[in-house]
Design a protein around this ligand. Structure first.
Ligand SMILES: C[S@@+](CC[C@H](N)C(=O)[O-])C[C@H]1O[C@@H](n2cnc3c(N)ncnc32)[C@H](O)[C@@H]1O
Length: 158
């Protein structure tokens, strides 16, 4: 498969995964957390679809498209460990998390996701969902939306 095809499938899985995650929240109150603002694409999609839920965003750097800058009070700028601890300390009730941190090096990205998993668990409310570009550890993996090739995106219940 060409890298272009692979990227298009990954982005489609990401979009379908985010929409699947939000659809699981029917009747469940709480916030959304986007881990990795980057260009702001997933944040923008969540913002459009999340029905006014508060969307927390973590990134070490603010470098998104100008139209996607989160409100200052919802953007936790810094290293993931510190910001996840800060969010846990604020008592936020996160019912959907999207994990999109990464360097683009599979081995490092998988290791970081495993290392951050216990801190992610600390911010998640029971009954929530996690949608992730990397495998997370310590959560119950579920099937997610149809049509996504195994290993392309990961889905968990918390
Ligand atoms: C793949 S990009 C996110 C893309 C974004 N979701 C989008 O749709 O545009 C990954 C982002 O995670 C951030 N990041 C990676 N590891 C991090 C860490 N340990 N702490 C804080 N930010 C991190 C990077 O700065 C980068 O902006």
């Amino acid at each position: 498969m060409s890298r272009l095809d692979s990227m298009m499938r990954r982005l489609a899985a990401q979009r379908d995964g985010l929409e699947w995650g939000l659809a699981q929240l029917d009747g469940i109150e709480g916030d959304v957390l986007d881990m990795g603002l980057g260009n702001g694409r997933t944040y923008d999609h969540l913002r459009e679809k999340a029905d006014g839920r508060r969307i927390w965003v973590i990134d070490r750097i603010l470098q998104c498209h100008p139209s996607c800058v989160p409100p200052e009070e919802d953007f936790l700028q810094g290293e993931a460990e510190d910001m996840l601890r800060k969010l846990a300390g604020m008592g936020a009730k996160v019912v959907m998390g999207h994990y999109d941190f990464g360097f683009g090096e599979k081995e490092k990205d998988v290791a970081e996701a495993a290392r951050l998993s216990p801190l992610i668990a600390d911010v998640m409310a029971p009954g929530g969902v996690l949608v992730s570009g990397q495998p997370l550890v310590g959560f119950d993996e579920v099937a997610g939306p149809e049509g996504i090739q195994p290993g392309r995106y990961y889905f968990y219940r918390t």
